[in-house]
Write a protein of this length. Structure first.
Length: 408
């Protein structure tokens, strides 16, 4: 189907990265199941179709293994295949029954009461970063000073890692993000080599930490992940994979959630004032901020059986991009979807996915975002945008290079 303006959609161009929502609107209206030559994938953009796709067994989450096998068949053994090989055991890139077993074994560590008990710890860490930020003057980058270091610090603390190792956690997360989200410039050429080095360092570190926790269990999440479920338990390699996944998925996503939320509030001063007048609104406010400009634009799926979506035949071996950021602005699901309304209810957004593969750490990400945004709003009453942000030219995430602000 030929649709004016969307014949060659590339979501990684500077214009589409800066304003993806106009592209999404054109796709939803003109070609909601669109084949993109640039991405060599189907872009599914309407809410109902994205929601249904999460339940469609033709769309597999086992999306790393096929790429790895294709590269190996082509004789392309490299750092890239090394990285992919290490990632194939991760819960989020597997289907049942492997995914079912891993998620069941991990569920105990993510129980609601365990996450809720982290409130005080996360608040303390947020305030430590804001204390340092407030000591500065003039324009400062809220991402590098607050939104970026916060999640890695939280994750390191949760896993029982010593405070002096926090910088290593951030470095490993960065190396993994090079592969998962891509980068521009010279970094792109060696991203797999860097990611492989980081993964191997991280594996060695976590194996050592696991050994210490087996000898001396504590109240940390790693000790909780070691618990048995009946006669089953996670192996050391599976524990390493869980730790890597927690770091990788939790760091990038939460950084983006906090930064995008603050930017949205600064661009909608009426809603920022509303939140300042009614701090108890922070719960539904964060849900609306996640819907309005969430941390993830696209989730990938691998097609394993022929299926049809809105009259388009999608075949095995093809890829599908579920465009969450578009689904969350679909006017067929949300009234005035381009309006930020912190009191919006109901708000069935899909910022963290849906179904059996919904993000297991969503409650933690929500808590970190709620606390961080609430403390920023309270402690930085003179917060103002100092310059327009530059968005990263990446497919999967919705992320800025910097968020430069002033405070008084």
């Amino acid at each position: 189907m030929t649709v004016p303006g969307i014949d060659s959609v590339d979501l990684t161009t500077p214009s589409a990265s800066a304003d993806p929502f106009s592209v999404f609107r054109a796709l939803r209206e003109g070609d909601p199941v669109h084949w993109s030559e640039a991405h060599r994938a189907w872009l599914i953009t309407r809410y109902d179709d994205v929601s249904a796709a999460f339940q469609n067994k033709a769309f597999s989450n086992d999306r790393v293994r096929p790429v790895l096998e294709r590269k190996r068949q082509a004789g392309a053994e490299s750092a890239a295949t090394g990285v992919l090989g290490l990632m194939t055991g991760w819960m989020v890139v597997n289907d049942p029954p492997v995914h079912t077993r891993l998620r069941k074994l991990a569920a105990g560590a993510f129980k609601g009461q365990r996450i809720a008990a982290m409130d005080e710890m996360i608040t303390r860490i947020v305030d430590e970063h804001l204390d340092a930020f407030l000591r500065g003057s003039g324009p400062q980058d809220l991402i590098s000073e607050v939104a970026y270091p916060l999640p890695a610090t939280v994750i390191a603390t949760m896993l029982g890692a010593p405070p002096e190792d926090r910088d290593r956690f951030r470095e490993w997360s960065d190396e993994l993000a090079l592969v998962a989200f891509g980068t521009g410039g010279a970094a792109r050429a060696d991203r797999h080599e860097r990611a492989l080095r980081g993964l191997r360092e991280m594996e060695s570190y976590f194996h050592t930490l696991i050994g210490k926790r087996r000898a001396e269990p504590g109240e940390d999440m790693l000790s909780a992940l070691m618990a048995k479920e009946g006669d089953d338990r996670l192996t050391d390699d599976e524990l390493v994979g869980m730790c890597a996944l927690l770091l990788f998925a939790g760091h990038e996503t939460t950084t983006n959630s906090i930064a995008n939320s603050v930017l949205a509030l600064l661009r909608h001063p009426d809603q920022l004032d509303r939140l300042r007048r009614d701090p108890a609104l922070i719960g539904p406010a964060v849900e609306e901020l996640l819907r309005f400009d969430g941390p993830i634009k696209v989730l990938n799926r691998w097609v394993v059986a022929e299926t049809e979506v809105r009259g388009k035949t999608i075949r095995p071996g093809e890829r599908v991009h579920l465009v969450l950021a578009s689904a969350n602005r679909d006017p067929e699901k949300f009234a005035d979807p381009d309006t930020l309304d912190l009191g919006r209810s109901p708000n069935p957004h899909v910022a963290f996915g849906k179904g059996i593969h919904a993000c297991i750490g969503a409650q933690l990400a929500r808590m970190e975002t709620r606390i961080a945004v609430a403390r920023i709003v309270e402690r930085l009453p003179g917060l103002a945008l100092a310059e327009e942000p530059e968005w990263k030219d990446v497919l999967a995430s919705r992320s800025m290079e910097k968020l430069v602000v002033t405070h008084s």
